[in-house]
Design a protein around this ligand. Structure first.
Ligand SMILES: Cc1cc2nc3c(=O)[nH]c(=O)nc-3n(C[C@H](O)[C@H](O)[C@H](O)COP(=O)(O)OP(=O)(O)OC[C@H]3O[C@@H](n4cnc5c(N)ncnc54)[C@H](O)[C@@H]3O)c2cc1C
Length: 435
């Protein structure tokens, strides 16, 4: 039986393994947990969500939702499992992270031809000698030893930094100062909203920009551009109003106590269905733990909040894919060696999962001597594969699912809603043809 090695059982690694296993390949999946944990990983199960528990929107006329629909059509395991263990979160697909990781692990373990090795890989296995194909899916927090080997192989690799948000206990939120609602009433009062008036917000802002650990200027200077995970204190440093246009924006919310839109509002999203844990949406931070407690407790609803996990900041690594990879995620100069996940420069949990799916599928095709399958650029999955392998891209930066990566529809559709619906329909046509 042909043999493949997959390194890393994160979002990309599990999808790659399943694709290979379904193609009849003997898969050896290496995962360093629980012997070694990256600074952000804590759970010994596979496909661990290290920060937000949201997989973003589900609607197929949104880019994130369309990508998930494409993944479903391509046989993803992450999307259906996420739906099975979802928690209420308005229009977004958010999960109980413990259940999700456990169910994904059980699914992978259920394949007879996937052999799991709980050990760290420190050398890049040789295609043709150690296995018929190799998929490196060791993530943005790849262990140091393997990271060195990848750097030797790639000539250079790029690093940037991002951060995770704190989680508080549900029963420690003072609902006297909070209200349940989804923005614009989308969803079922799924978020807990922590409103602030102008004075409270300004005092909070002052405390935040002066808190210890707050001047995280390096993050800004590095120009690595992962705005989605920018620490809240870095955002605050850009100006007093910035948070009110970002995660603390009050639009679409009305405080039932005052009958008005609050001046600023922090949203809390469920981590679990029963609402015993909530994360502070958009409040990724690098502040010292004591400072997080002091400053975030200035938000009236959080005055007595119990912090179950503090925010942290981490290295994040990706390779210069446009110079190194083809659109099938294969390393150009080493046939049979594939990269997948965030390390390729796709950005996000599900983006990583979809790249793993395609890398695994193409590794199986490589083993069988078949042509690679590259999805058309009119699909989100195909457009991301094209982006990470586009040699003309200068100053390569990670990219998540968005409609901007798809070719425009001619003649142009001015109405945004109609345009998104048309882009979505065009993508799905491809899968309907193939089914
Ligand atoms: C701190 C942080 C916060 C993030 N927050 C978000 C967010 O909120 N939302 C979002 O969509 N994305 C977020 N991301 C980005 C990205 O979506 C995740 O990192 C995602 O987990 C990437 O999937 P992956 O499969 O590439 O890597 P991972 O899911 O990290 O999986 C890689 C696996 O490889 C294992 N491994 C590493 N080195 C070795 C080795 N040498 N041998 C064996 N096993 C190894 C690791 O233990 C891990 O299990 C965040 C990233 C970081 C670092």
């Amino acid at each position: 039986m042909a043999k493949a090695i997959v390194i890393g059982a994160g979002f990309a690694g599990v999808e790659a393994s399943v694709q290979l296993a379904r193609a009849g390949v003997e898969v050896h999946l290496y995962e360093m947990k629980p012997h070694r944990f990256s600074p952000a990983h804590k759970n010994e199960n596979f496909a661990e969500l290290v920060c937000s528990n949201s997989f973003k929107a589900l609607r197929v006329d949104s880019a994130a939702g369309l990508m998930k629909e494409e993944m479903t059509r391509m046989g993803s395991i992450c999307v259906p499992i996420a739906k099975e263990c979802s928690v209420p979160a308005g229009g977004s697909l958010s999960v109980n992270r413990e259940d999700f990781a456990r169910m994904v692990t059980e699914k992978v373990e259920s394949f007879e031809n996937i052999f799991i090795h709980r050990e760290e890989v420190t050398e890049i296995p040789k295609v043709g000698k150690d296995a018929d194909a190799v998929v490196i899916a060791a993530g943005p927090l790849v262990s140091d030893a393997l990271s060195k080997k990848i750097e030797e192989l790639c000539g250079d690799s790029l690093h940037f930094f991002d951060a995770a948000a704190p989680i508080v206990a549900g029963d420690s939120i003072d609902m006297e100062y909070a209200f349940a609602a989804s923005r614009y009433d989308h969803g079922d009062d799924d978020y807990i909203n922590c409103p602030m008036n102008k004075e409270e917000y300004e005092a909070f802002y002052e405390a935040l920009v002066n808190a210890e650990g707050a001047p995280q200027h390096d993050f800004d200077k590095r120009k690595t551009g992962y705005e989605g995970c920018m620490p809240i204190e870095v955002m605050a440093n850009r100006g007093i109003g910035t948070m009110r246009f970002g995660p603390m924006k009050p639009v679409g919310l009305r405080d039932p106590k005052t009958g008005h839109r609050p001046w600023a509002c922090l949203q809390l999203r469920r981590e679990t269905k029963d609402g015993d844990m909530f994360n502070l949406v958009g409040f990724q931070t690098n502040l010292k733990f004591g400072e997080q407690k002091r400053v975030f407790s200035m938000i009236p609803a959080l005055h007595d909040a119990e912090f179950l996990r503090y925010g942290v900041m981490h290295r994040n690594t990706f390779i210069n894919s446009p110079k190194l990879l083809s659109a099938d995620y294969q390393f150009r100069t080493v046939p049979g060696l594939f990269f997948a996940g965030q390390i390729t420069g796709v950005e996000g949990y599900m983006e990583s999962a979809q790249s793993g799916l395609m890398a695994g599928l193409n590794a199986a095709r490589f083993i069988k001597g078949e042509e690679p399958l590259v999805l058309p650029k009119t699909t989100i999955m195909g457009a991301l594969a094209s982006y990470i392998s586009d040699e003309s891209v200068e100053n390569f930066q990670p990219m998540g699912a968005n409609f901007g990566v798809l070719p425009a529809i001619e003649p142009k559709i001015r109405d945004k809603k109609e345009r998104y619906a048309a882009l979505s329909a065009r993508s799905l046509q491809y899968f309907e043809r193939e089914e």
